[in-house]
Design a protein around this ligand. Structure first.
Ligand code: FAD
Length: 514
């Protein structure tokens, strides 16, 4: 072989220009890596989904006549990625090593070391050909250590890529953002209409055996069959299912939560995040397919399609930009000086707070929770109680099927924990129990009472919310969107304020018992 090309587990992009031509002088390397499987404790479904997708990708490349070296955990034990690449390169006496730009800083650093080594064949890095915004343009849209608003970025992306535009720079439907149409709660009569999600049935017994044999720690549970997409065909099927059955209600119930449906965990969400983040499917294709369906189907209105496009063209590309412009500094941010340990129930879900028990339990069971569960249930709890952001990151990075640092970290540390002081969120996503009551039915079956603030039965979120708001008043009150809230606090009697803060202190002191 003259060239060794490395494909990482999240670079399974069959449409990449690398694969457009067959060349028997090129060897592709795909490797199950111990350091990648252990840098945090991953959900078992996440480990299986990545390894199985890699296996399938390797088989598909071979079927197309490419030369592939697939290394399992058995082959790569005790070796780092650099060592594996260099050993293979020297075994085959290749002249060139080619890499795709990694999405995560950790891997980028490893690649940099490889590139700067003198004694190796030429090392060259190419684009992963996945995102809409070219990597080198990130500095044109983002500024390090600085607030950049998603909405502004999103509008530029809509214009630039001509997505949902009505001409002359105007957005289709007359508005850029239909967020206010996206806040419906699921009512009793809606529950029976929620479609069963499309789940795949991939046998992962051989992977479970391998993961166990190598003593790789994991969390959560998995059935013998994995429900997640592991090939680009699976991803296309999942996308088609989404467009037909879920998109008509996507925006409407985007923020809703319920525990009363067998499909409470998936609702109208696409569950495409794993397929997108492993690059089995491209964001461009997802957006195009959804818009085509919107144009064909009168049951899909602008608020549904705009809500979906915003997630992918907006939030996803924005998070990547914020990550790269601020790394490695982002990982150190902790402006609220949050130092508390993550309660143990995050790892097993046994807490009397029904919202938290549901969101955590579901995450352990499916390696999945939707955006509002991540932001307004688990994330909000960590924010209000001041959990150390490294521990929050570690939990999110491990538990979710789609968790890769480039998208997990800005969402968790930035958007959810406000540890960056507002680079992403213009104000902290802090909420009392009334938010959960408004958007879900969790509170009806809870040990605690969402209407109460100070009694033993009072929903902990209610007092913790005020404790957080008062503790960080000097930082937050300057925000004009928040001033009014402090007005409500100041109006309360001294006794009531004291009782609320005392209840919050009790909750913090007994956090493991909540
Ligand atoms: P849908 O609701 O169907 O949305 C469609 C797609 O939009 C998603 O697949 C995703 O690619 C994209 N998207 C939506 N919201 C976001 C967002 N905030 N940032 C980036 N992309 C978005 N997403 C990840 O992919 N990996 C993570 O590790 C991750 N960690 C998160 C941590 C926290 C604290 C929060 C609040 C959000 C996180 N998200 C993460 C974003 C979001 O929750 C998931 O992308 C989404 O729940 C995935 O499910 P879905 O595919 O059904 O999404």
């Amino acid at each position: 072989y003259h060239t060794l090309r490395v494909i990482l587990g999240d670079q399974l992009n069959a449409a990449h220009s690398w694969f457009q031509k067959r060349d028997q002088g090129i060897l592709y390397l795909i490797a199950e890596l111990h350091p990648e499987a252990t840098y945090v404790t991953h959900h078992i479904q996440k480990l299986c989904a990545f390894f199985l997708s890699m296996e399938r990708f390797s088989e598909a490349l071979k079927d197309h006549g490419h030369q592939v070296c697939y290394l399992t955990l058995d082959d790569t034990q005790g070796q780092t990625l650099d060592e594996i690449i260099l050993t293979l390169a020297s075994q085959h006496k290749v002249q060139h090593i080619e890499l795709q730009r990694p999405d995560e800083y950790r891997v980028f650093k490893q690649y940099q070391t490889l590139i700067t080594q003198q004694s190796v064949p030429s090392v060259h890095m190419v684009d992963s050909e996945h995102f809409l915004l070219p990597f080198h343009e990130i500095p044109h849209y983002f500024q390090a250590n600085h607030p950049v608003r998603m909405e502004h970025f999103y509008r530029r992306m809509r214009q630039r890529f001509n997505v949902l535009m009505a001409g002359e720079g105007q957005p289709e439907g007359g508005k850029w953002n239909f967020d206010s149409h996206n806040r419906n709660k699921l009512k009793e009569h809606d529950l029976g209409n929620i479609p069963a999600p499309l789940c795949f049935q991939h046998d992962v017994t051989h992977l479970l055996e391998r993961i166990e044999r190598h003593d790789i720690a994991s969390l959560g549970t998995v059935e013998a069959n994995l429900a997640w997409p592991v090939t680009s065909q699976d991803a296309l099927n999942l996308l088609a299912f989404f467009c037909e059955h879920l998109l008509p209600n996507f925006g409407r119930f985007q923020d809703a939560m319920t525990h009363r449906s067998p499909h409470s965990w998936s609702l109208y969400h696409s569950r495409l995040s794993f397929a997108l983040n492993s690059k089995l499917i491209s964001p461009k294709h997802v957006i195009k397919a959804a818009i085509t369906q919107y144009e064909r189907n009168d049951a899909i209105d602008i608020a549904q399609i705009e809500g979906f496009v915003r997630q992918i063209l907006g939030w996803r590309e924005y998070m990547r930009g914020m990550y790269w412009i601020n790394m490695p500094n982002y990982r150190q941010q902790n402006v609220l000086k949050a130092e508390r340990d993550l309660p143990r129930y995050f790892w097993h879900g046994h807490t009397k707070m029904h919202c938290l028990a549901s969101a955590i339990g579901q995450s352990l069971h499916y390696a999945y929770a939707h955006h509002i569960q991540r932001l307004m249930v688990t994330g909000n709890f960590c924010l209000l109680t001041g959990i150390q952001p490294d521990q929050v990151d570690e939990w999110y990075l491990g538990i979710y099927i789609d968790a890769l640092e480039w998208v997990e970290l800005p969402n968790t540390r930035g958007m959810s924990q406000f540890a960056d002081g507002g680079w992403i969120a213009s104000k902290p996503y802090a909420a009392s129990g009334s938010y959960t009551q408004k958007m879900s039915d969790y509170c009806n079956n809870c040990h605690y009472n969402v209407k109460e603030k100070v009694s033993e039965k009072a929903c902990p979120f209610n007092s913790l919310y005020w404790h957080f708001m008062i503790k960080h008043r000097s930082r937050i009150a300057t925000n004009p969107r928040i001033g009014m809230i402090y007005g409500n606090w100041d109006k309360q009697s001294k006794e009531q304020k004291h009782a609320i803060l005392a209840r919050a202190e009790w909750c913090l002191d007994h956090i493991e018992a909540l």
